[in-house]
Design a protein around this ligand. Structure first.
Ligand SMILES: [Fe+2]
Ligand SMILES: [Fe+2]
Length: 230
């Protein structure tokens, strides 16, 4: 496939506004501030990655490691936090409080920290990717959790149907395809105990701050590396 109608790749930046009618983002000639005062940026004089030297890549790898250990958990928490004041479309509580309530139930019930954190994030993608939100959460945590909990997150949305017996479009055919899977019962029990019931305004729910240390601990585990899950 030819991109850009076969034209040459976009010109490299030269600090000038390109007069093509597009609005500017207001950041021309303003590098993003560094995360730490002692760190270094790859020079502007190397405008493409092909120009980077081995030393540049070493520098980036070193700073990236520290950057991620500080920011990764906070990014995940921040994404959940953006949903705090989103209105409900019908449930007594919004998606944010459902996530907190579900995690609170799992914690009170004695689940280990990994499952509590999985529970906290199980619906984090529900507002932007409702039909695939299980996969969204599974991918978010994939590098740091067991295969069992990864499977739970990815497939949990199919198990809710069991509890929606009066839903007019109830369809458990998809779920039945998974019956017999080694993680089926684990997921079914989790949905029964902490998901289908965590929709109550009257349940005493812990705040996000309570779960933050657990989230930070999980994201500080060694990553399983790049995974393409089919
Ligand atoms: Fe869900
Ligand atoms: Fe849920």
């Amino acid at each position: 496939m030819i991109m850009g109608n076969g034209n040459p790749a976009p010109a490299l930046g030269n600090g000038e506004k390109i007069q093509d009618g597009l609005p500017g983002d207001g950041k021309l000639n303003q590098p993003t501030p560094m995360a730490s005062p002692g760190w270094h940026q790859v020079e502007e004089a190397k405008p493409t990655m092909e120009d980077f030297t081995a030393e540049d890549w070493t520098l980036l790898s070193r700073q990236k490691k520290d950057f991620y250990s500080e920011h990764q958990a906070e990014q995940a928490l921040g994404f959940l936090r953006t949903q705090e004041h989103v209105e409900s479309f019908g449930y007594q509580v919004n998606n944010y409080r459902h996530c907190l309530q579900s995690a609170t139930m799992a914690y009170r019930d004695g689940c280990d920290e990994e499952l509590v954190v999985c529970t906290l994030f199980h619906d984090v993608g529900y507002l932007i990717s409702p039909d695939n939100h299980g996969e969204f959460a599974a991918t978010l945590l994939a590098n740091y959790i067991s295969n069992k909990n990864y499977w739970l997150l990815k497939h949990h949305q199919y198990f809710l149907d069991v509890h929606a017996r009066n839903h007019p479009d109830l369809d458990t055919a998809e779920l039945e395809k998974f019956r017999g899977h080694p993680f089926f019962e684990h997921t079914a029990e989790w949905v029964r105990r902490y998901d289908q019931n965590s929709i109550q305004s009257s349940y005493d729910t812990a705040p996000l701050e309570f779960f933050e240390p657990m989230v930070k601990k999980l994201f500080s585990r060694p990553s399983k590396g790049k995974i393409l899950n089919s």
